[in-house]
Write a protein that binds this ligand. Structure first.
Ligand SMILES: COc1ccc(C[C@H]2SC(=S)NC2=O)c(OC)c1
Ligand SMILES: [Zn+2]
Length: 263
């Protein structure tokens, strides 16, 4: 799918030494969500993710994270509702994590860091024909962010964890089918925050309506350890680098309001 296999990251380093703030960027991500400054929006509709597991196609190590890619040539797996006016098509999901459980998420809640964060990436298929068009537009993308915390083993995630050794190196791909990403959403998807932001890696496009779930999901310490067994480097490179700390530093709010779906 275009949404992930075509982009080339300038991730020269786990914390990729890209611009700390995109030139002229005034809606950059990630941010700290200061809960007491969020504003309840009574107009938010219930969020309705409708994912067809049969659109799942492969897992790919792109040298920055591992992506689970979905066939986004039809509207079989979509996200509607919440703050969104249009229908958005799922194209991939991926994670960000730390070298220790003390940090790893991109967003924070009142400065609280989580060991990892899931991003489910969707593009506006009502307005655009392809992901690469949508990524250039301010209403083009919708990303659901879900925090991961250490706790019980996540049975749904385990199917994905089991194939990660097959994509240990950068540029490796493995077929992966019939995976329902809804199993990675928290029990309560009615409580979330939403704000206007950006991609968190180059090209840092300011095209994202963020939907950050209030309730984290639980994964086991051992499951997260398998994430850390992945490598940034390809099989050919002499020096192998562990894929950890693949998160961006937080960006200034620049006057933006974070809205909440709950009081
Ligand atoms: C040119 O298109 C791109 C570039 C980078 C990413 C990945 C970034 S954006 C995000 S949110 N988290 C990430 O790690 C894309 O993801 C849809 C799409
Ligand atoms: Zn991401």
């Amino acid at each position: 799918t275009v949404c992930s296999s075509k982009y080339v990251l300038s991730a020269l380093h786990p914390m990729w030494q890209g611009p700390l703030v995109a030139p002229g960027g005034n809606r950059q991500s990630p941010i700290d969500i200061q809960v007491r400054k969020t504003v309840f929006d009574p107009h938010f509709k219930p969020l309705s993710p409708e994912y067809d597991p049969r659109t799942c196609s492969q897992v790919w190590n792109n040298g920055y994270s591992f992506l689970v890619e979905y066939d986004d040539t039809t509207d079989k797996s979509t996200l509607k509702g919440g703050p969104l006016e249009d229908t958005f098509r799922l194209c991939q999901f991926h994670f960000h994590w730390g070298e220790s459980n003390a940090w790893g998420s991109e967003h924070t809640v009142d400065r609280r860091l989580f060991p990892a964060e899931l991003h489910l990436v969707h593009w506006n298929s009502d307005k655009y024909k392809l992901f690469e068009e949508a990524v250039m537009e301010e209403n083009g993308l919708a990303v659901i962010g879900v925090f991961l915390k250490i706790g019980n083993r996540h049975e749904g995630l385990q199917k994905l964890v089991d194939v990660l050794p097959a994509v240990r190196h950068k540029d490796s791909v493995v077929e992966f089918t019939r995976f329902d990403p809804a199993c990675l959403l928290p029990a309560n998807i009615d409580d979330y925050w939403s704000y206007a932001g950006s991609l968190t890696t180059p090209p840092l496009s300011e095209a994202v309506t963020w939907i950050i779930m209030k309730q984290p999901i639980e994964v086991s310490h051992d499951q997260l350890a398998v994430f850390r067994s992945l490598l940034f480097t390809s099989a050919e490179e002499e020096v192998q680098k562990s894929m950890v700390n693949n998160f961006r530093v937080q960006q200034p709010l620049k006057g933006r309001t974070v809205r909440s779906s709950f009081t």
